[in-house]
Design a binder for this molecule. Structure first.
Ligand code: F0G
Length: 460
């Protein structure tokens, strides 16, 4: 028997953090006090927190050492130099603007490049990206392949861009109106679905032919590279590093939320190929984020990113990480829970609309399932459905997305497979009495981004 036959986590767990065990009665009381909004639950009252995989991973002993080694100089920090060297080594981008997190990098890039009326085509843009585009009165044009819309259809790369749709936009829009095309790897809003290397190459040739810049949102780039290696036959013999180099080759840059694939609690950066654009972005960087060698991060944080970037691209680590999410999805399926397939890299999306047909979309089935998961097992997921979709800014009518989903995001290196079995058992119990679950109605909501703070009551 070797690790190759039975891949296991290539690390030991040496520091632990306790989980406060709560009773069902306590949780019923807590969720009522929180007006059935999962964001309002204090973390001490959550046993298994699957709200996000962002900033929630476990750091390694080398990363921890980095926190102490951090050079906290305002200007010219050695820790920045170390982070810069790691980014250049892995991605090939030479110019780096450090930022406090991913959306900070989006703010700097978009402030520099996006003007009113611009179109930014891409595969389903992440919420903060879309919000930054729309804040500047630009339009995020979704050109994802149609296969991505069918939750039960198997396609190995549901994050792919439809090259015909993309070419149509590029052909019909004056070049000056498209500041860049954006590829998000993996595509979070599409369910953590990867983009194939052939598709990336296709996008690159279109961008080149039409003289348009190409950027990546590289938050989960290493997970995407793992999928290319394991699902795209002709690239099977390339290493994860070689695939990453191929992915970014000839593109103009990338925004990064280091809280994902660099496995740190906080941090991000904007990586750029060309000095000229770096100089233009630097102005906004200093204005919003901080000086060019720290950008809102401590030296210690930059050290942990430099180290975490390497740990995040380790093949054995990725195999264990993506393997855990895949095994978890099988456990859920085995107890009859409908999920989006194929399962994504960082999360399992439960099809709550399908599971709870008695609850109509305007009574938020995914929120109801989220509440049930909390009461049953102290598990916190996040609603990706009508509550999140919010109201149309003009008509104020609720927007109903295609699917009502409950996302269970899996933090990196944090939970064991035994935790995953516990979650599946909790869902089995919910499934057994699912007909009894009731919908919710909103009793209070904020004018924008309502999902974070709105209050619910159970429909009697
Ligand atoms: N891009 C993608 C693809 C993301 O998933 C996120 C964050 C961001 C950008 C923004 O990065 O949070 O560091 O400012 N996603 C988190 C999530 C919040 O839960 O999926 P940030």
């Amino acid at each position: 028997m070797t690790q190759e036959h039975y891949p296991f986590e290539p690390y030991l767990i040496s520091v632990t953090r306790p989980i406060a065990i709560t009773s069902r009665e306590e949780r019923e009381q807590t969720i009522k006090e929180c007006h059935y909004n999962l964001f309002k639950i204090p973390s001490q009252k959550v046993m298994i927190d699957l709200l996000t995989d962002s900033g929630t991973g476990a750091i390694s002993n080398k990363q921890l050492a980095g926190i102490i080694l951090g050079d906290e100089s305002y200007a010219g920090s050695r820790s920045f130099e170390k982070m810069l060297a790691a980014i250049e080594d892995i991605t090939g981008f030479k110019y780096v603007i450090p930022t406090h997190q991913g959306r900070g990098a989006e703010n700097v890039l978009h402030s520099t490049l996006i003007k009113e009326g611009n179109l930014i085509p891409g595969n389903t843009h992440f919420d903060t990206t879309k919000a930054h585009i729309e804040f500047r009165k630009g339009v995020a044009v979704d050109v994802t392949i149609d296969e991505a819309k069918d939750p039960s259809l198997y396609h190995p790369f549901k994050g792919n861009l439809d090259l015909e749709k993309l070419e149509k936009v590029l052909k019909e829009t004056p070049k000056e109106n498209i500041p860049f095309v954006l590829i998000t790897v993996t595509c979070n809003s599409g369910g953590g679905q990867p983009v194939s290397l052939d598709n990336i190459k296709g996008v690159k040739s279109l961008c080149k032919a039409y003289g348009v810049k190409l950027f990546f949102d590289m938050a989960r780039y290493a997970e995407n590279a793992y999928y290319i290696k394991t699902r795209e036959e002709k690239y099977r013999n390339l290493s994860i590093r070689e695939i990453i180099q191929e992915m970014f080759k000839d593109s103009d840059g990338a925004t990064m939320s280091a809280k994902k694939d660099a496995i740190v609690a906080m941090g991000g950066f904007l990586a750029l190929r060309h000095e000229e654009l770096y100089q233009r972005c630097a102005v906004y960087s200093i204005l919003f984020e901080g000086y060019l060698t720290y950008g809102g991060m401590t030296g210690g944080t930059m050290e942990t990113i430099a180290q975490g970037l390497y740990e995040g691209i380790d093949y054995h680590y990725l195999e264990a990480r993506i393997g855990q999410v895949a095994r978890f999805s099988e456990l859920l399926k085995a107890v009859g829970i409908p999920i989006i397939e194929p399962v994504g890299g960082h999360a399992v999306y439960v099809n709550a609309g399908k599971m709870l047909p008695q609850i109509p979309p305007d009574q938020y089935p995914a929120q109801a399932l989220g509440v049930a998961a909390y009461i049953e097992g102290g598990i916190r997921g996040v609603e990706i459905g009508t509550v999140l979709a919010d109201r149309d800014p003009i008509t104020r009518q609720e927007r109903h997305p295609n699917l009502e989903l409950l996302r269970l995001a899996i933090p990196r290196r944090t939970f064991t497979d035994n935790h995953m079995s516990y979650i599946a058992q909790s869902f089995k119990k919910i499934h057994a009495t699912k007909e009894e679950l009731k919908g919710l109605r909103i009793t209070w909501e904020a004018p924008i981004l309502r999902h974070f703070t709105c209050e619910f009551a159970i429909v009697k």
